[in-house]
Design a protein around this ligand. Sequence first.
Ligand code: G6Q
Length: 541
Amino acid sequence: MSAPLRDTPAWKALELHHAEIGSMHLRELFAEDPQRGSRMTAAGAGLRLDYSKHRATQETLRLLIELARERGLEARREAMFTGAPINTTESRSVLHVALRAPAGESIVVDGSDVVPAVHEVLDRMGAFADRVRSGDWKGHTGKPIRNVINVGIGGSDLGPVMAYEALRSYSQRDLEFRFVSNVDGTDFAEATRDLDPAETLFIIASKTFTTQETMTNAASAREWVLAAMPDEAAIARHFVAVSTAADEVSAFGVDLDNMFGFWDWVGGRYSMDSAIGLSTMIAVGPDRFRELLGGFHAMDVHFRTAALEQNMPVLMGLLAVWYSDFFDAQTVAVLPYDQYLKRFPAYLQQLTMESNGKHVTLDGTRVDYETGAVYWGEPGTNGQHSFYQLLHQGTRLIPCDFIGFLHSLNPLGRHHDLLMANVFAQTEALAFGKRLDEVRAEGSRAELAPHRVFEGNRPSSTLLAERLTPATLGSLVALYEHSVFTQGVIWDINSFDQWGVELGKVLAKRIAAELESDDEPDLKHDSSTNALIHLYRRGHL
Ligand code: G6Q
């Protein structure tokens, strides 16, 4: 990277530009340019982005795109797509795009084409998923599988659970799907309490197969199965594994024929379309899963080939930088108006915050600008009756992503019209608000009038698709993946490592031994941590 970010000509130009237009109101921007609502849109891969309700002009976009060019976005994008080891702190390629590359494409890493191996695993997953779905795969006592439990955490949980919920309408309804992630025994206990082990299949999903939470839950699952069917042979019928670590999988007792692999160039939070998606595939079937991959791929192609000016992930990523660094916005609200997407904000939290929550540049220098924002959200319309108050009248600037569909998967009376009316109403209210004179003209009591003012000028994107399908879900996830990538390139950070989760893991290991030791441990923590550990060992307050 040539110059530090804040020294680049484009950054300096953006600072000047922000001083000029930063306080302009969306009312003015729309008044000046009546075509804005149709012009500031982009489309591709089954999605349409309206970014006209952002505090940006054509000039803002020109400068942001100039910044992207100065930061080498196009070359970095190509480096990712062609398998260069852009995850420099772990010396790895970053090739989730290979997971959805069509058969016949070629992506070469360390001298070998990875695409055939991707399709080989997909085919094996497909054959297995079909056997479970048809009842051909039998448990140890000969009963067909009725329950599938994915055991995994972080990237090995959030994608599968989000995708299952999102695509529930396409799922085989006589199969029950559950997800156990937390090391809190309650998660396992509640997920299994009403199930028959003889009809239950566990998918142990762990890239490393050493993650404490997952291995603890997997061991409990093993005990639960063996308690009901005390025969080691039952393990092979009730457990399959998704991992990159064959040795560890074997040591656990899973037959390697029932292991589905992936590769170190797939990051955990970028893995829902790898074998980590096995639960999704069992739920919706191999054909639908391939449609999901098709949607991801369509967005990959859009990101790789569309002009930056029309490129949805680039535009969303650049606008995220614009708000983080020029408006000091701290958070982004993600507001899907679709109940099936209820876990989408949680999924995005990991994708965005684990990727771009970084404080040093690629060469280890402390950044002197803000990096990744806090992402959060809830499905609409529910959020409107809780936290939207702060979005509308609070003192913080919170850019919002509204996500909606033209058609419902469950058409029911007026429901969908009302749902979508709320999407459009919210973006309009946030952008344009209601002035004091308008409040007064409505005859509001004088002392109430200030309380009824909406300042407006609160930015939002509106993302629309025709309907929630496996393909549109894939496009939507890939859109955010590449938006995250775009932001990371601008900030010159590594969006693909996660060293920040290490310290807590190491400390927890030490403290677990201290909690469990028979002798009074000689604690060497700070006085607060020491006291908390003593208290826990004592067992009462
Ligand atoms: C994701 C992270 C992290 C990871 C989990 C589970 O990018 O690396 O969330 O997915 O820690 O790891 P395993 O799959 O190895 O169990």
